[in-house]
Design a protein around this ligand. Structure first.
Ligand SMILES: *Cc1c(COP(=O)(O)O)cnc(C)c1O
Length: 389
């Protein structure tokens, strides 16, 4: 856990914080990058005489602390916590915020794993949930109950790139005595900072854009409230799904280039979305940067650019969509997203297979792209050949 804002430093721009927040030179050696403290326990100077507060690496580890300070700075939050995965972060938050009988509103196109966590795990522990179209504040209002403790939002959402108005939902949630939780994985803090827009907790799968190189699985929570932070810190340590030192170091290596990567992801994705929109084999394109997207204005208001994720429906139907995924060469067929390399997948049979038959079922003719930072001309050529059947 870290408290970045109380450090007395003057505010710096995102790009500078990405490279320097939490990255002070190692006091022992002057190493410019925080070392990987691959260690479980720490020598005490007399009983209880901890150096820098480090006692045991589940509770705190210097490499993880450096990452947590970096993440707090990037989200403009006071407290950050790094976990072994995005799902571990979500699970920790859920168990910190909720007791049996409490209720959560979740989005109707949530990440498949988030839906599964509520529907198959939390429900067994007596947590109630209902699904709402979070891009429509009236639908969220209608879903609120007396014991609603959280409104959970992903914006842009997965895989339909729906946009929810963070400011409006924060007001709505707070009016009902609930917290607004924003999964900021798709946008990353470079494009969107939910805490500044009124959200209470930001959730990340750092596996995606924060890590950015498809070489680490991790998660994070960022929040302001001191009391809630103490509760999260307690639960993180009590349950133990922390980010290890090497994984923390990899995510930190990723965040340093987040700004330049997100610029290129967004620029490439815009070009891809425009090409797809004009393609005869494509029935519909979902990209918040397109003026035709229903959430375009809200996205333009709360995001710096529109991100690297694009989904589209193939005119030929489900089998044609599967064929597009299998014919792509430069776009690698695979789950996940947010890495420098482009990925393509079929949500109904891959990432969102567990949502089949539920309110979160996705169209069978849908293809999802994670547009990487390769040459956009090469990416466009690959998609054109994959679509030419
Ligand atoms: C991947 C993802 C998660 C889960 O994170 P893991 O690191 O895979 O556990 C949660 N939310 C979104 C939006 C994701 O894309």
């Amino acid at each position: 856990m870290s408290d970045q804002r109380d450090s007395g430093q003057t505010p710096q721009s995102f790009e500078t914080l990405a490279i320097h927040a939490g990255q002070t030179a190692d006091p022992a050696t002057g190493a410019v990058v925080p070392p990987i403290y691959q260690v479980s326990t720490y020598k005490q100077d007399g009983v209880g005489g901890l150096r820098g507060g480090y006692e045991y690496s589940r509770s705190a580890n210097p490499t993880r602390t450096a990452l947590e300070q970096n993440l707090a700075a990037l989200e403009g939050g006071r407290n950050a916590f790094a976990f072994a995965s995005g799902m571990a972060a979500e699970d920790c938050l859920l168990r910190t915020l909720l007791v049996p009988g409490d209720h959560v509103v979740i989005p109707n196109d949530a990440y498949g794993g988030t839906f599964r966590l509520f529907a198959r795990v939390a429900e067994r522990w007596g947590v109630e949930w209902s699904v709402a179209d979070t891009s429509d504040p009236a639908a969220v209002r209608a879903a609120l109950r007396d014991r609603t403790k959280a409104v959970w939002v992903e914006t842009p959402s997965n895989p339909l790139l729906g946009i929810s108005d963070i400011t409006a939902l924060a007001q709505l949630a707070h009016g009902a005595g609930a917290r607004l939780v924003v999964d900021n994985t798709f946008a990353s803090p470079y494009l969107q900072q939910p805490l500044a827009l009124g959200a209470d907790v930001v959730v990340h799968s750092t596996t995606k854009y924060m890590g950015g190189h498809s070489d680490v699985v991790g998660g994070a929570l960022v929040l302001d409230e001191a009391e809630l932070a103490a509760e999260v810190a307690f639960h993180q340590n009590a349950m133990g799904a922390v980010a290890g030192p090497f994984d923390s170091w990899l995510v930190m290596r990723g965040t340093k280039t987040l700004a330049v990567r997100m610029e290129r992801h967004s620029a490439n994705a815009s070009r891809v979305a425009e090409m797809l929109q004009a393609h005869p084999e494509v029935a519909q394109v979902y990209y918040p940067g397109l003026p035709s997207h229903p959430g375009h204005e809200t996205a333009a208001k709360q995001m710096r650019a529109f991100g690297g994720m694009v989904s589209f429906r193939v005119a030929g139907g489900e089998e044609a969509a599967v064929r597009v995924c299998e014919r792509a060469r430069l776009f690698t067929l695979g789950e996940s997203l947010g890495g420098v390399e482009s990925l393509i997948e079929h949500p109904a049979r891959m990432t969102h297979a567990s949502a089949a038959g539920s309110a979160l079922e996705v169209p069978a003719d849908l293809v999802r792209l994670s547009v990487g930072i390769e040459s956009v001309e090469d990416l466009l050529a690959d998609l054109r050949q994959a679509l030419s059947q």
